[in-house]
Design a protein around this ligand. Structure first.
Ligand code: ZN
Ligand code: ZN
Length: 605
């Protein structure tokens, strides 16, 4: 047996890095410089997670060939310093060695990892010069590099010029568009594509979800189901995020059942996504069930559950969970404290909130961010301690912005502080002149205190600045389909029936003493239209539809984009009593569970 054959045999038996090091010593001792043998050892070292050893071994080889260069370049593309791949490529050229068709995909992948567009472009030129640009793998690597370096024009040019494309080419291009938020173009290619695989579906679904186009994301998911695609975890996690946003509880439950039925591993990511979906769809108990069933809970899981509890107004329970988390040795981060402070705010636990705020820096050594100050101002302002809130703002280490003045304005409305509200609203209008919410809130405060002239002036100011109001929109899911109701939009196919149902509801609740609340006017509504406009806030349409289409103890769950107005809040309480139905409304900041004429927020929102 010659030396190389022996080494080959030895390498086959190597089980650890130490074994490989022993073979390396053997090669040195026998002055074995057979490039084929060295290549084998280098390859094994690169695959054994000891990149630095592999690199020093490579450096000791006197005349490496292209194969050896490719091996070490490839190892660095996924290592901690992908730029080393580029340095090695330069070494290769300096040594007068020719790159081959394998060299380019590796170096380009490294460029993509740290968005080295300039270097990537140079490599593109080299690939042309050496005649490898027409190779499918090189073309795909170029598309990947360009799209990851946010140069979609370059990626598309490459894609269009390719004589031959495969699934990877299409997927890279779609991924590039989806990642940059150009979903229209991504979708155009997606629709043109023949065969699709999991990566294709996943890119399109997560692209939509990340850009907040949840309905479209869910539609693509249904499409994948119709094609018999077996979704993997990341697709299901995207779907759950979409369900959480649109309140799609049935679809979300389907995902949960699918995970169970297919024996999929309940990872922390999947468990957390399920908890978040259940909590945001108003099913706190189901969120808790998932939470308790999780074998492994990380900080994200705990934080999601604490925030879920807070949103539902279960402040005390959220804080108990926080204590339990600490007892289990999980250290909170800044996001956890947002949940903790929200818990205190929604449950009106002002002193507890102050205590936790102090502990953020004093106990945990985290410097509070502006979001934490926003929570603190919210807590104090809603708790009626407006002067204290002002002191906090004055002493803050950073410049207050809308995240600070916004909650203070809401607190002014809550406490009927008109003068302070004017001051705060002016700050806000200066900071964000196009945010309709500020004008509407101040207008409501004026109207509530009978200052209709001021409300009118504000309306004129608003239209002169061209500020457009954010239309109220409520979502209601029925048998897996989401129905959307927008204020002033009568395009729903069952609008006539909904209207008739609402008239019936109003007759019934008027008997119970309902008088439309005339103070909650929207700014561009004239006095005589108030009552009619009030009846048509989007959640009223959604509730009427829900009562029409569901029976018995079916809980009506609604997701609304704006804060619930006090008229709608009052009406919903009455409906829950008269019709004996549970209604759960998620508004912009929290949940309201209406039951037997009461709301879980205790009218504190
Ligand atoms: Zn309303
Ligand atoms: Zn409420």
């Amino acid at each position: 047996m010659n030396g190389s054959a022996l080494v080959k045999l030895l390498l086959q038996r190597c089980a650890t890095v130490n074994h490989l090091k022993q073979v390396h010593a053997h090669l040195i001792a026998h002055a074995n410089n057979d490039l084929f043998t060295l290549g084998r050892l280098l390859n094994l070292l690169c695959n054994s997670q000891s990149l630095s050893y592999a690199q020093s071994f490579f450096s000791s080889i006197p005349k490496p060939n292209t194969f050896l260069f490719n091996t070490i370049i490839r190892a660095h593309t996924t290592g901690p310093n992908p730029q080393n791949s580029i340095f090695l490529y330069i070494d290769l050229l300096k040594a007068g060695i020719l790159p081959d068709a394998y060299t380019f995909p590796f170096v380009l992948k490294a460029c993509a990892r740290f968005q080295a567009l300039q270097e990537g472009r140079t490599l593109h030129c080299h690939a042309l010069k050496f005649g490898f640009d027409s190779y499918l793998y090189v073309g795909n690597a170029l598309i990947h590099m360009y799209s990851f370096s946010d140069c979609l024009i370059g990626a598309r040019q490459m894609f269009d010029e390719m004589a031959l494309r495969d699934l990877v080419s299409w997927n890279s291009m779609i991924n590039g568009y989806a990642k940059c938020g150009d979903l229209e173009e991504a979708r155009r290619l997606f629709d043109l594509m023949g065969e699709k695989n999991l990566i294709t579906w996943s890119a399109m679904i997560s692209g939509y979800v990340q850009m907040g186009q949840f309905k479209e994301g869910l539609d693509v998911f249904y499409g994948s189901q119709a094609c018999g695609v077996k979704p993997h975890e990341s697709i299901l996690v995207s779907v759950l995020a979409a369900c959480a946003h649109v309140g799609g509880i049935e679809q979300g439950k389907w995902v949960h059942a699918y995970v169970k039925a297919n024996g999929m591993h309940m990872s922390v990511i999947m468990g957390t996504a399920l908890m978040d979906m259940y909590a945001k769809c108003g099913c706190l108990n189901l969120a808790l069930d998932v939470f308790h069933s999780m074998h492994e809970k990380n900080l994200m899981a705990w934080t999601t559950m604490i925030k879920g509890m807070a949103m539902h107004g279960h402040g005390t329970e959220a804080l108990e969970l926080f204590t339990q988390m600490e007892e289990e040795g999980v250290t909170p981060d800044d996001i956890t404290f947002i949940g903790v402070l929200c818990a205190c705010t929604h449950a009106g636990l002002v002193d507890k909130g102050l205590h936790y705020f102090k502990s953020i820096s004093e106990v945990y050594g985290i410097s509070p961010k502006i979001e934490h100050y926003g929570c603190l101002v919210d807590l104090l302002a809603r708790g009626g301690r407006l002067q204290k809130a002002l002191c906090v703002i004055k002493d803050m280490p950073m410049e207050p912005d809308a995240r600070i003045w916004g909650p203070l304005l809401a607190g002014c409305r809550f406490n009927g502080e008109v003068e302070l509200a004017e001051l705060v609203a002016n700050h806000l209008i200066e900071l964000e002149p196009n945010d309709s919410g500020v004008y509407v809130l101040l207008g409501n405060i004026y109207a509530a205190s009978g200052r209709h002239e001021d409300a009118k002036k504000l309306r004129i100011l608003m239209s002169s600045k061209g500020v457009v109001k954010n239309p109220g929109c409520s979502l209601f899911e029925l048998e897996g389909t989401t129905h959307q109701f927008i204020v002033g939009d009568t395009s729903h196919p069952q609008m006539r029936e909904i209207q008739e149902k609402w008239e019936e509801i109003e007759r019934v609740i008027r008997v119970e003493g309902y008088v439309p609340n005339r103070t909650q006017v929207l700014l561009d509504v004239e006095e005589e239209e108030k009552e009619e406009a009030l009846s048509w806030h989007s959640e009223k349409m959604a509730i009427a539809f829900g009562l029409m289409r569901t029976k018995g103890d079916h809980v009506i769950r609604i997701v609304k984009n704006l804060r619930v107005c006090s008229d709608c809040h009052h009406v919903t309480k009455l409906i829950s009593k008269v019709y004996g139905r549970q209604i759960v409304v998620r508004d912009r900041t929290r949940f309201h569970h209406f039951k037997e004429g009461q709301c879980s927020c205790n009218d504190y929102w």
